[in-house]
Structure formats: C-alpha cells, structure tokens
Design a protein around this ligand. Sequence first.
Ligand SMILES: NC(=O)c1ccc[n+]([C@@H]2O[C@H](COP(=O)([O-])OP(=O)(O)OC[C@H]3O[C@@H](n4cnc5c(N)ncnc54)[C@H](O)[C@@H]3O)[C@@H](O)[C@H]2O)c1
Length: 272
Amino acid sequence: MFMGVKVGIIGSGLIAQMAHIPGYLEADADIVAVCDIVEERAEEVAKKFNIPNVYTDYKELLSDPEIQAVSICTPNYLHAQMTIDALESSKHVLCEKPMAMNIDEAQRMLQTSRKTGKILMMGFNNRFRGDAQKLKQFIDSGKLGEIYYARVGYMRRRGTPRGWFTVKRESGGGPVIDIGVHIIDLTRYLMGNPKPVSVFATTYKKFPEYHIDGRQTWDSSDVRDGLRDGKLNDVEDLATAMIKFENGATMFVEVSWAANISGDRFYINLCG
Ligand SMILES: NC(=O)c1ccc[n+]([C@@H]2O[C@H](COP(=O)([O-])OP(=O)(O)OC[C@H]3O[C@@H](n4cnc5c(N)ncnc54)[C@H](O)[C@@H]3O)[C@@H](O)[C@H]2O)c1
C-alpha cells in the first residue's frame, strides 16, 4: 500500500524507531528524511535506518516537495501545530495519539485536513490488532446484536512513564490522554462510533513519586539519553468515567498508570 510513497519522520524518539520507521520499511515506503531537535538522535536514526536527509527544524523537512507524507512522533503539545503545518504543506499526515491537547486543537486539525484534501490519520494502532479485527467482524456480522453497554479498562499496577509524559504542559495529562485514548477509541470503533453526549468522570493523583524507583514502563527518549531527570509529575495517575452515547449506550472506563491492584489489566467487556 505504501510502496514508493516518500515519507518524512518528525520526532525520531522511541515510537518512531520502534513502530513508524520499521512499519514504513516493511510496507516498502521510501523514508527520505528524519527530523529531531536533538540533532545527534536524528543523525543516529538516519544512520541506523539508512535515511538520506536529516533536519532539526521540521519546517525545513516540510518544505521538501519530494515528501508526500509525514509521521508526527513528537510530544503531545506539538501534534496540532505540526499537523496543521504539514497538511498546509500538502503532506498527508499520520499523527501519533493523542490527537491533540484539547478539542479546539483537534477541530482545527480536522478542518485543515478537509480544507487541504490531505489525509489525516491518528496512530490508533490497536484497531489493527488481529483480535480487534476478529471481534469487529463478529460484531458487524450482527452476532452480538445491539451493543448497549461496554465496561473497559487499561489499568497498570506500576507503569508511569517518565519525561515529558508526566509534565502536563507537554503531555496534556496522564493516563487518560496516554493510554485511555487507546481503550476509548478501540471500544467506540467496535461499537460503531456512537456519538458521546455526556461524560461523568473523576481523576486521582495518589502516586506522584514512586516511579523514581525505576519501575516505569516507558521513558521518553530525553530521559533515556540523560537529557532530563523525568521527576516532574503534575498529572493524574488514575481516572474513571461513564460516557453516555446518543444511541443510549453507555461505557464505563477505568484507566491508570499506578494503582494497588494485583497486576496489569487491559480489557473490553461488551454487552449486546
Ligand atoms: N501508539 C502508541 O501506542 C504509542 C506508544 C508510545 C508513544 N506514542 C506517542 O508517540 C509520541 C512520541 O512518543 P515517544 O515515546 O516516541 O516520545 P520520545 O520522547 O521518545 O520521542 C519524541 C521525540 O520528539 C523529539 N522532539 C521534541 N520536540 C521536537 C521538535 N520541535 N521538532 C522535532 N522533534 C522534536 C524529541 O527530541 C524526541 O526525540 C507521543 O505523542 C506518544 O503519545 C504512541
């Protein structure tokens, strides 16, 4: 599907190296440029994956007319502006989740995609898991009937990431915006994308410092490379919500980076 498509990578940290670049290579896309504000990281990634052009300013990458599509793999607070700039530079965009820091940014991204006619896709990779696809086929065949209730969770016992992930001005929030978006997106996809009409939710912050023991599950590249200590944590660590949809269905959600439970749980229960 991507054969020969000329791609640029903006942000060459962990998810770019673990998922986007290997994925494009497997699909025979042509990765022509990589960008990172940390020049050594971009240089290293370019060398490792044989990418010919390196930039430290994403606007310079966007000005390359050869590039048809970009992956945006930067911290969350950069997603909206970088996506809008890329779409306006006539590039298709695959932007990592979460889409943006707030609804206003997300709407501007969507409007720009419609205005420019360029594709904007979010990195909701869980939709493409084999089990999710199988379940979707099963639901679409009508075997579950009308799905009117979902009880879902993405709960970690000790899994707070470090670096910009716990810094609200850069991440926009904690587990809700980091892993909650995955479980909510996947469940709505399975339910046929019902429109939410109201939400009742609570957030908690009870585990601000435990992660400095090194029991986290994901470090930003800056922490891994020793560029920052990753100790600032001003986001929630657990959240619960009930979402009501226009079609009358409801979803109960629980998400956490840190909770006193016996082990991690990632689950979707659907009632039809
Ligand atoms: N889909 C998933 O399951 C999944 C998993 C992990 C991360 N993510 C998302 O991917 C994104 C990146 O996460 P990560 O773990 O790779 O973080 P990371 O910190 O490892 O990488 C981010 C990179 O962006 C670079 N960067 C920062 N500002 C920049 C700028 N102005 N211009 C260019 N580069 C800049 C950083 O130097 C860093 O190398 C986040 O939005 C995160 O939520 C998604």
